[in-house]
Design a protein around this ligand. Structure first.
Ligand code: AMP
Ligand code: GLY
Length: 426
């Protein structure tokens, strides 16, 4: 029986997931809510308010959807999986309580402590204990120090002050500034020295399989400078994630996470994103995310040789252990083409030209919009250009060669995506 799928989300990650799902011979119809012009080429985009779980359920029934795949964190943290599962519907993505691994930094840190999972030392404070928080920072006297708002803050909830003075200013900002909602509780943690990498697993609540690793480029500027963004580019596999590091990550971090969640009555089903710091003492967790990375998904899904939809379907049935997941041994690199000004204010509505001339890369859409058969920019991160190659260098070159074909007013992209990976290969 063909499987009709509803995919929730609209970013580059969801275009990549739709691309993977659309290759499956098991797919019936694919709907994306709300999707983007990229997903529209692979199925039907539908204008659904995904916050309205009742409306989503109605759509599922009316269109005989067999399986819903949730891309972003917000609907998961809001409990869309719980709601649909209660209706007896197959949904891929963790339930609310399991999504707390991303939804609450305090939950994630306490969970790691309970299960001896390596991470930075920390302490949690409520907003009326910020005096105590200041004392804690002063007493430690170690800078930089890391301040994290407990709740979802769209990637803006982490401050890394370099001195006592900066830390006290940051505390004030967290108490009364724009982050005060997410920072009703605050995690203060030790700064970990090292290089970051991400490892991804797919999980069925009981078991997991590692599906790849990547390095993101979170800062807007070359050489990892400037403001944090959702991610300006990524590549996979990441040479820093050596066989030893990956074995240690699987044994000391991912397995205890999946086992621990199950033991605590919150079996984890869905993609698990583990953000790591590779320190001199080995890999330690910087953060968990309860979904695939964006743009990391765009470089991992194209590496997958197995049928993505079958694997996802197996997860919703608790049958992952019987699935074999295979990957090709090529490298992938994605460069994000962004609107000039991002992650601060930027203009939308610039016509995008040249996409038809791209021949040797996959282009995943993110913030784009179709109007009268013309494509326009419609967000900060606009497109992802994914090159592939037998070496990392070739993958990087393939992305940048194809970017030359694409243009829109004030298009901005980092010129050094992947360079930190090449450094490890010297
Ligand atoms: P998070 O939202 O937890 O991923 O934090 C955002 C970024 O802050 C991470 O990608 C790291 O670059 C940095 N960061 C967070 N926690 C730490 C830490 N304990 N030590 C060093 N850097 C950190
Ligand atoms: N690329 C970072 C993230 O998806 O959170």
């Amino acid at each position: 029986m063909p499987i009709n799928v509803l995919l929730i989300g609209s970013g580059g990650r969801e275009h990549a997931l739709a691309w993977g799902i659309a290759m499956s011979s098991k797919l019936g119809k694919l709907y994306s809510a709300p999707g983007n012009p990229g997903t529209a080429k692979l199925g039907l985009n539908v204008d659904l308010d995904v916050k309205n779980h009742g409306a989503v359920w109605e759509f599922i029934q009316e269109n005989n959807i067999d399986l819903t795949v949730v891309g972003p964190e917000q609907p998961l943290v809001d409990g869309i999986s719980d709601f649909l599962e209660q209706k007896g519907h197959a949904v891929f993505g963790p339930k609310k309580q399991a999504a707390m691994l991303e939804g609450s930094k305090e939950f994630a840190k306490d969970f790691m402590k309970r299960h001896n999972i390596p991470t930075a030392e920390y302490q949690v404070f409520s907003q009326d204990e910020f005096g105590k928080a200041a004392d804690y920072i002063k007493e430690k006297g170690k800078y930089p120090v890391v301040l994290k708002a407990d709740g979802l803050a769209g990637g803006k909830g982490v401050l890394i002050p370099e001195s006592e003075e900066e830390a006290l200013t940051a505390l004030k900002e967290l108490k009364s500034g724009s982050l005060s909602g997410a920072a009703s509780r605050l995690v203060i943690e030790e700064f970990m020295e090292g290089e970051e990498a991400s490892v991804f697993a797919i999980c069925d609540g009981d078991t997991f399989k590692v599906i790849g690793n990547a390095q993101d480029h979170k800062r807007v500027g070359e050489g990892d400078t400037g403001l944090n963004t959702g991610g300006m580019g990524a590549y996979s596999p990441a040479p820093i994630a050596t066989k030893e590091i990956l074995e240690e990550t699987e044994k000391e971090i991912i397995k205890p996470t999946i086992d621990g969640m199950k033991e605590e009555g919150n079996p984890y089903q869905g993609f698990l994103y583990v953000g790591l710091m590779i320190t001199s003492e080995g890999p330690k967790v910087v953060e968990y995310n309860c979904r695939f990375g964006d743009p990391e998904c765009q470089v991992i899904i194209p590496r997958m040789k197995s049928d993505l939809l079958s694997v996802i379907d197996a997860c919703t049935k608790g049958n992952l252990s019987t699935s074999e997941i295979e990957f090709d041994d090529k490298y992938r690199c994605t460069v994000v083409l962004a609107s000039g000004g991002y992650p601060e204010a930027y203009e939308k509505g610039k016509e995008i030209k040249g996409l038809d001339n791209v021949e040797n890369a996959i282009v995943f859409h993110a913030g784009t919009k179709l109007d009268n058969a013309k494509l326009y920019t419609n967000g900060g991160r606009v497109l992802n250009v994914v090159g592939s190659g037998d070496t990392l260098q070739q993958a990087i070159e393939a992305s940048y060669a194809e970017i030359k074909e694409i243009d829109f007013e004030h298009m901005y992209f980092r010129k050094d995506i992947g360079a930190k990976g090449l450094k490890h290969l010297l």
